[in-house]
Design a protein around this ligand. Structure first.
Ligand code: NDP
Length: 403
């Protein structure tokens, strides 16, 4: 049905390419390109062994717009799926415009020198994509991605309005390491050390990083400490759910993780400004990434489950007054590893990336311009989640979170 070029050969790229190959009726040709071609080749080998599908590979520096444009023209895909790092979003969007191809990603653009997670850089491409008759779909991972689709499903089927929304992201997995991050360490640490921001009464309210902590009992995981932090879907949800009075995002972290992160921060290892070392400029956080375990290496040892979902409160569609619903997916690290050779954090991002790409290639979600997940019918996406490894469930709660 369509030809896809995936850029980025990390854990998320690996899961997405495996899942695309398992859906060869939709993804008739899959090409994988990344900075280090040996990583593409290793994924292609695993895909061939598991599915029989051949995935051609290429080396590409996606910061180089001309080289990326040339590669897209050479491969001739219908869609480019960007699973490299957020830093590459704008250069790959430019290359897609040059080559006349649709674009999709899982994380919003971030400049390298400031940890700012905002959509405005990518929303600014609206006119260019619209005039070119092309579609750019932003943030088709789990969070952002599924969390927004969950909210829109609740708004379509359960609630007339969403007054308050809490997104709860729990990773109950244990990888057996003293300190490691479950996805790219540089991106992960920039995210958790940034100030927390939540949406309240029409504006973002900023609080110190990791300053608000609560305990929550997660199904199939147990009680965990979770911390309020900023996450990019709050910006698009605030835009597409204008009635939302309060929107918050919570993520669980173990005490060991917090202890290590605090020390690393205190000694300056999480800095993203250059420092001179032995006559050479280095960025401490990039050096730290080089000494931490590769997230993709954690798959084999990680046990436990992820549990990510939305708790939404608002006026019920059936006129029965204010109601609260909790919608979530629970994913097992070991099952994810068995299916694709990657742990659940990569799996829960790579599967929605495959589904978002399928929405575009099958013409289920169409449009000219730059789009967020909230702008489309959630039902076909939710159906595919159930069929492709991320089943979800919804329950009614007595009321919103008590804090
Ligand atoms: P990894 O760091 O494991 O993989 C990133 C890949 O991109 C690597 O193969 C890397 O190459 C490649 N890359 C980096 N820079 C370039 C470049 N200039 N040109 C070409 N390729 C490049 O990250 P993940 O797989 O964990 O994450 C991938 C994306 O998914 C990230 O944007 C991340 O923020 C996002 N994400 C989204 C989530 C969601 O729920 N929405 C959750 C988790 C992640 P090399 O191997 O050479 O370094």
């Amino acid at each position: 049905m369509g030809k896809v070029l995936v850029i980025g050969a990390g854990g998320v790229g690996s899961v997405a390419v495996h899942k695309m190959a398992m859906n060869a009726d939709i993804f008739t040709e899959i090409t994988l390109a990344s900075r280090t071609v040996s990583k593409c080749d290793a994924i292609a080998k695993s895909v061939k062994e598991r599915t029989g599908v051949t995935v051609p590979t290429h080396a590409i520096d996606a910061d180089d717009v001309d080289a990326t444009t040339a590669l897209i023209k050479q491969v001739g895909p219908d869609l480019v799926v960007n699973l490299a790092l957020p830093y590459q979003d704008l250069s790959i969007m430019d290359a897609c415009l040059n080559a006349g191809v649709h674009y999709m990603d899982t994380a919003n653009y971030e400049p390298k020198d400031v940890a700012r997670f905002e959509y405005h850089w990518q929303w600014a491409y609206q006119d260019r994509f619209k005039e070119a008759g092309l579609m750019a779909l932003l943030g088709s991972g789990f969070d952002p991605g599924v969390t927004s689709v969950f909210a829109m499903w609740l708004k379509k089927h359960k609630l007339k309005t969403i007054r308050t929304l809490d997104i709860l992201d729990c990773n109950g997995g244990d990888h057996g390491q003293a300190f490691a991050t479950n996805f790219n360490p540089e991106i992960n640490i920039r995210e958790v050390t940034a100030p927390a921001r939540h949406w309240e009464n029409g504006e973002f309210v900023e609080t110190p990083a990791m300053g608000v902590k609560q305990q929550f009992d997660f199904e199939e995981v147990g009680p965990k400490n979770m911390y309020m932090m900023y996450h990019e879907e709050l910006e698009s949800l605030a835009r597409f759910l204008p009635e939302m009075e309060r929107g918050r995002f919570w993520m669980t972290f173990g005490d060991e993780y917090i202890k290590h992160l605090t020390v690393l921060q205190n000694v300056g290892m999480t800095r993203i400004d250059p420092v001179m070392y032995n006559g050479q400029e280095i960025i401490p956080l990039q050096f730290l990434k080089a000494v931490l375990p590769e997230p993709s290496s954690l798959g084999e040892t990680t046990k436990g489950k992820t549990n990510i979902g939305d708790i939404a409160t608002g006026e019920a569609l059936d006129g029965s007054g204010e109601k609260t619903f909790y919608i979530k997916n629970i994913c097992d690290h070991e099952d994810a590893y068995e299916e694709t050779g990657n742990q659940a954090v990569s799996y829960t991002t790579g599967v929605p990336a495959m589904i978002g790409a399928a929405m575009i290639l099958t013409g289920t979600w169409t449009g000219d311009g730059v789009f967020n997940m909230e702008q489309f019918d959630p039902d076909p996406f939710m159906d595919m989640l159930n069929k492709h490894g991320l089943p979800w469930k919804v329950e009614e709660l007595d009321g919103p979170l008590p804090f």
